[in-house]
Design a protein around this ligand. Structure first.
Ligand code: ADP
Length: 645
């Protein structure tokens, strides 16, 4: 289906806007997502480092607290005394240890170890259960020489471990005496609770931001814990990571993570950020961009629609105007109030319509003039025909009287006449007959020229008609001592034409040939050629000069007027003949040589169209019949170009 321009244009422009917006938004989204990842990676790395520093800072602070117990004289004294196992702690030692206890850590244990890590004194919180095997292992490790890499002033930290539903870790600060670690102030802390009291947890959250997970992990095993003491296994990708790393977590999907080592401890800080958190900003951006794009699209579509209206409305007006003008409404004008090309087009159209309307009016005027001229001409022609018809009748009546009475007198019916009188009467009769022939010919030509003659086609045999016509001309030829040869093929030639007119044509040509031939022969030959029938009338007569050949078909033209007077004639016969031939759909042509002879050739279609009317008695038909010998040609005064003496 073909959309109208008014819809197509806005659709096209909107489509274009959509495309541009989609491309731009897509590119921007990719860029924003990339930068979100970059920012998030930097963030997790720096968060891990910050929290590691914070943690190691808090351990240093704890060390400062423990130092007080380590330098306590009661403690030193107790260590110097011989013995193993837990001693009955003196009042001074107990006080020093109690000072270290954290009021919120009811599972806390504070001990004094000797150089090998054996407990010499203990202070335990309310629910503390101590001295399990894991604790022994921790104790031995912390007291060992390898753990002392940080020097005698720094706190040693053990790997944290789970016991029951809590997570614990041991800290140990050497008690130095003369550059040697003679014992330790050791403290077991319930780690999760200790590291993140409610306020500490809040503080951490503020640093980290929402959606980010913080873990404390052991570098020595695969354990990690949240600040609330939930233990889990470290993802191997994160544990082995040196920078930010993206990995899949079975529970939370794709994660971005980073780790940092807590200085002076076997601990790691692990930060994990779910992909959704990384892309929160990006999603907000996408939403905003979509809303903005939609708004732009709507505004753009509206503008496109307005713009296209600006263009298509005048176009629609022009189209309507063009249709109106082409449908004949020449007064139609367009009204486009634009200063641009469309406005110019509109005015140009109006000018054009004005011109068209003017020239239409002029043509209309001319046509009216032509029509009235035609009517006048028709009327004039009608008047002429009427005049001729009347005149011929008026002339014929007295002429027939002259012919009739002169015949009566010649025949002696009105009384005896002398030979001399008879000869003069014969001249009167001959002159009358000539006059009558002339009147008939003029009338006939007038009818032909006025187009009043109709073709009355009938079925017949062209050969038979040719033979009959030749027979009619035979007596004329015999009178002049000429041979009349009918060269007509045997058999029949079925044809459909106006045979009366055909007879008239052939008789005209034959009588002319006889008239202008003094000795020799006149030949009528007939041939069928394709859809035509060819008739040729040739003679051995005087011939026609080249300069006269074209003119002899003109009315009243006779060759060599002075000499030709010897032979009677009107100069109308050939003109009538050609008119008749053309009326039948054919033509007459001439070949001739002076003093040798002439050949008139008639070509007519074998099957002509035309009204198939019954033999209605009309002028021409009457005349053709009139030349039949039995009809008494002389008496009727008819005949076509009969030779007259
Ligand atoms: P007309 O009544 O004078 O014969 P036509 O129209 O029949 O008038 O002929 C015109 C003229 O053409 C004749 O006067 C004659 O000079 C010339 N003409 C016609 N037929 C022949 C012919 N067969 N041979 C020589 N001249 C001819």
């Amino acid at each position: 289906m073909q959309l109208p321009l008014g819809r197509k244009l806005p659709l096209l422009i909107s489509g274009l806007i959509l495309l541009v917006l989609a491309a731009a938004s897509g590119a921007a989204y990719v860029e924003v997502e990339r930068s979100a990842w970059t920012t998030a990676k930097e963030r997790v790395v720096s968060l891990a480092e910050q929290l590691a520093n914070l943690t190691s800072g808090s351990i240093v602070a704890r060390g400062a607290m423990m130092k007080r117990a380590a330098t306590d004289t009661a403690v030193r004294r107790m260590l110097r005394s011989r013995g193993t196992g837990i001693l009955d702690t003196t009042r001074g030692v107990s006080e020093a240890l109690e000072r270290l206890a954290v009021p919120t850590d009811s599972a806390g244990v504070i001990e004094i170890w000797d150089g090998a890590g054996h407990t010499r004194a203990r202070f335990a919180g309310r629910i503390a259960r101590v001295a399990d095997t894991a604790d022994d292992a921790q104790r031995t490790r912390l007291a060992s020489r390898e753990s002392g890499a940080g020097g005698l002033d720094s706190v040693r930290t053990g790997a944290f471990y789970a016991r029951g539903d809590s997570v614990y870790a041991w800290y140990a600060l050497p008690i130095s005496d003369g550059g040697l670690a003679t014992g330790f102030v050791a403290q077991r802390a319930k780690l999760a609770r200790n590291a993140a009291s409610a306020s500490a947890e809040r503080g951490l959250r503020e640093i980290m931001g929402p959606g980010i997970d913080l873990f404390l992990a052991n570098a020595t095993d695969s354990l990690r814990t949240t600040t609330t003491g939930a233990m889990s296994a470290q993802p191997p990708e994160l544990k082995s990571a040196t920078g930010p790393v993206v990995y899949r977590d079975r529970a939370s999907g794709e994660m971005l993570g980073a780790k940092a080592t807590v200085a002076g401890t076997p601990w790691l800080i692990e930060i994990a950020m779910p992909r959704a958190t990384v892309l929160t900003g990006t999603r907000v951006f996408l939403k905003r961009t979509s809303i903005m794009s939609l708004a732009i699209l709507i505004i753009g579509a509206l503008l496109a629609w307005l713009l296209s209206r600006q263009v298509t409305r005048p176009l629609a007006k022009l189209t309507a105007a063009t249709n109106a003008v082409s449908a004949g409404d020449y007064a139609y004008r367009v009204d486009i109030a634009h200063g641009d090309e469309l406005g110019q087009l509109g005015s140009a159209f109006n000018v054009m319509a004005e011109r068209v309307s003017e020239s239409r009016a002029a043509i209309e005027q001319q046509r009216a003039a032509a029509e009235s001229a035609r009517k006048e001409a028709v009327a004039a022609s009608q008047a002429k025909s009427d005049f001729l018809a009347v005149m011929s009748h008026e002339l014929r009546t007295p002429l027939n009287a002259i012919l009739g009475f002169s015949s009566l007198m010649i025949d002696g019916i009105t009384g005896p006449v002398t030979e001399q009188q008879r000869a003069q009467l014969a001249r009167i009769r001959s002159g009358g007959q000539h006059l009558l022939a002339l009147i008939d010919e003029i009338l006939s030509l007038t009818r032909l020229e006025a187009g009043r003659e109709e073709v009355r086609a009938e079925q017949g045999d062209a050969f038979v008609v040719a033979r009959e016509t030749a027979a009619l001309a035979e007596p004329m030829a015999a009178l002049k001592g000429l041979a009349l040869v009918a060269d007509i093929p045997v058999g029949a030639c079925d044809a459909r034409t106006d045979f009366t007119k055909l007879r008239q044509i052939l008789l005209n040509l034959l009588s002319n040939a006889i008239k202008f031939t003094n000795d020799g022969a006149v030949t009528l030959s007939v041939r069928v050629a394709g859809d035509d029938v060819h008739f040729a009338v040739s003679d051995t007569g005087i011939g026609i000069a080249p300069e006269d050949r074209a003119r002899i078909f003109e009315p009243f033209f006779q060759v060599e007027m002075s000499k030709a007077r010897r032979v009677a004639g009107t100069g109308l016969g050939l003109s009538v003949t050609r008119h008749l031939a053309r009326l039948l759909g054919g033509d007459v042509t001439l070949r001739s040589e002076e003093e040798v002879g002439s050949t008139f050739e008639l070509r007519i279609p074998r099957y002509t169209l035309g009204t198939s009317a019954p033999m209605k008695e009309d002028g021409l038909h009457e005349r053709a019949l009139a030349v039949l010998p039995e009809s008494g040609a002389a008496a009727r005064g008819g005949g076509v170009a009969m030779p007259r003496r």
